[in-house]
Ligand binder design. Structure first.
Ligand code: M6R
Length: 612
């Protein structure tokens, strides 16, 4: 969490940094701050609230200068406030730092620094780090890069940092461990950011700083060392990201744009991976493990949040087609048990951002125990694809709305392909069945388009239930993860309390909640549990609950009972999550907009959860 941006070069830095911070607000939006250097001196502006609040605050102040660092914060240590906003400064106010991550041993370091006369203004861990750098530099009489290197060697935790020195304004120092940092390479200028979105319109050439690397950046010079002082040769890569992909493109919100992008993103995810002619799947990213897949005895899926819900659909798919037992684990729980894992196990780690701290920790644990780790990730070049043995990108394109939408359907698409790929290697599916499944999968983008055409109806339903205090989402089989995901979407962006349950579990407790004010959303499509779900709908109606049902096109039975129905095209049960999730995303979106919520940046959340 937290977004950081830096610029050094010949342009005015303020607009670059502010625009960059706005692009990174998905990483946190509790407060924002900028430190900027010009010929007349040095200015720091910090404000609690969004980047736009900082922008308003500084609008009548001196914002000139061509060297600057900026930060948008997701608070961990210290409440969101002006004083806890970054940049933080050294005791003598000479050095200034922006930081994404957590310094775990900050309290010990802080006590020691206080005992040596340091005074702290904020409650943050970050301020401790800059005081430490200051102290080391003064005692050792060394340059800033070396002082930062020594300080980082005594720090435990995760960080991406950029430091600016008001007495030596021609340079920036950046470093990373566990939090992402990208350096954009221009001609006579450099850009630094948590991801490439603030950089893409200025240069396509980037360097992904690696863990334990520290960079000295001047307008015409870049020097990278490791923390053990070995000089590194930077690898300049070309960005594939396009500017249009990170703009709203006429939609009111990124979330709505991303919901509407799903026919395209699911197609992109399948592109080049399905050979319909021969009934085959090609997954280049895990190809070299094809033989191993024939003999695996167990798959463990680790993920968090929406990605965990995608994992549940993966369990269903892999067990159904590849006949391998699958366990789906919250990464945060898995990492703190002593999980029983061996070299025959395959772990699939799912993450949109590729930076989720718990998922990364789970991967490291499974790796130590000898398992083979596959990643399913959206952000190219993120940390998770770097630490896994192999993997498959989802290619959904940048997802900027904090609520995950197109990333979920892309993850489910990849899991479908993986399940069928493993089945293909193991020979658990006849080619004819594989071909018919692939043909149907290929038609899913068009079917998603059909679901999107019901948006106006979903908006009407949203208007009827927008004032609910609670909401239940119920589904069975592959409809259960859909119910969980529908509930998560609603609660995270509209702040209506929502729970997802397997429909049959309702009578074991949640049924007590049902009254005439309670909307209950059913995944009631025509599949193997259709009749059973109908019984559950009747149980809700008998208690006067408001039933909203996702049904198969042409359904007549559920329509007799439900208060509102949303039709989706018929599809094999295994593809249900790819279709039934879409109306739930739209329902949550419209309800949240009608309640005046900030759908793209819901309170307390951040897109990349880089703290545990
Ligand atoms: O980037 P990841 O997929 O690892 O993120 C995991 C969760 O934080 C994420 O899926 C979260 O639950 C969604 N943004 C909710 O919509």
């Amino acid at each position: 969490m937290c977004g950081i941006v830096g610029y050094i070069g010949f342009r005015e830095a303020w607009p670059i940094v502010i625009k960059g911070l706005k692009r990174l607000e998905y990483r946190g939006y509790d407060s924002a701050g900028v430190a900027i250097i010009n010929n007349n001196g040095f200015n720091v502006y910090k404000k609690a609230g969004k980047v736009s609040t900082l922008e308003d605050f500084a609008s009548d102040k001196d914002r000139s200068g061509s060297i600057a660092i900026g930060h948008t914060r997701w608070a961990t240590h210290g409440a969101p406030s002006d004083v806890n906003s970054h940049p933080h400064s050294s005791n003598d106010n000479r050095l200034h730092i922006i930081h994404n991550g957590i310094i775990e041993n900050y309290s010990t370091l802080k006590e020691e620094l206080i005992s040596r006369g340091h005074e702290f203004k904020s409650a943050t861990d970050t301020e401790v780090l800059i005081h430490l750098v200051e102290e080391i530099q003064k005692i050792e009489q060394i340059d800033l890069m070396e002082a930062v290197r020594l300080a980082l060697n005594s720090v435990i935790g995760a960080y991406a940092i950029v430091i600016i020195d008001r007495e030596n304004p021609g340079q920036l120092i950046a470093a990373r461990k566990g939090s992402p940092l990208v350096i954009g390479v221009g001609s006579g200028e450099y850009f630094i950011a948590s991801d490439a979105t603030p950089i893409v319109e200025y240069t396509k050439n980037v360097i992904y700083l690696k863990d334990n690397e520290i960079a000295l950046i001047k307008p015409n010079e870049l020097l990278i060392r490791r923390l053990d002082n070995v000089i590194q040769t930077p690898l300049i890569q070309e960005l594939e990201l396009k500017l249009e992909a990170i703009e709203k493109g006429g939609f009111d919100h990124f979330m709505l744009k991303e919901i509407y992008e799903q026919p395209r993103s699911v197609k992109d995810c399948m592109r080049g991976r399905i050979n319909l002619k021969d009934g085959k799947i090609e997954l280049g990213g895990i190809k070299e493990y094809a033989d191993k897949l024939k003999n695996i005895e167990r798959i463990i899926i680790v993920a968090c949040g929406t990605s965990w819900h995608a994992g549940l659909t993966g369990e269903y798919l892999i067990e159904e087609y590849a006949r391998i037992p699958v366990e789906v684990e919250y990464a945060s729980e898995f990492r703190y048990r002593n999980p029983i894992i061996n070299e025959k196990d395959v772990i699939i780690a799912i993450s949109q951002s590729g930076e989720t701290a718990d998922t990364m920790a789970a991967i490291e644990i499974a790796k130590e125990k000898g398992a083979t780790i596959f990643g399913i990730c959206n952000v190219v070049g993120a940390s998770i694809p770097r630490i896994t043995h192999a993997g498959v990108y989802t290619h959904a394109g940048p997802e900027i709305g904090v609520a995950s939408t197109k990333a979920f359907t892309a993850q489910v698409t990849v899991l479908t392909l993986m399940a069928l790929y493993i089945a293909q290697q193991k020979g658990t599916l006849p080619v004819s069945k594989l071909t018919s499944l692939l043909t149907e999968l290929n038609s899913i983008p068009d079917k998603i388009q059909t679901v999107l055409a019901t948006d106006y109806l979903i908006k009407n339903i949203a208007a009827k239930v927008k004032d609910a205090k609670n909401c239940l989402f119920l589904g069975r089989g592959s409809g259960f993860p859909v119910a969980l995901e529908g509930a998560l979407k609603l609660k995270e962006i509209s702040y209506i309390h929502a729970e997802g349950y397997p429909a049959a579990e309702m009578k074991h407790g949640p049924i007590a909640l049902i009254d005439e004010k309670m909307p209950v959303v059913f995944i009631a499509t025509k599949n193997s549990s259709y009749e059973k779900v109908i019984s559950n709908i009747q149980e809700v109606k008998a208690r006067k609950g408001i039933v909203i049902a996702i049904v198969t096109q042409g359904d007549t039975e559920v329509k007799k009972m439900a208060d509102y129905c949303i039709e989706i095209p018929d599809a094999d049960e295994v593809f249900l999550p790819l279709l039934a999730t879409i109306p739930l995303q739209l329902l949550a979106y419209h309800i949240a907009v009608m309640r005046g919520c900030n759908v793209d940046q819901p309170r307390n959340l951040a897109k990349s959860v880089t703290v545990e």
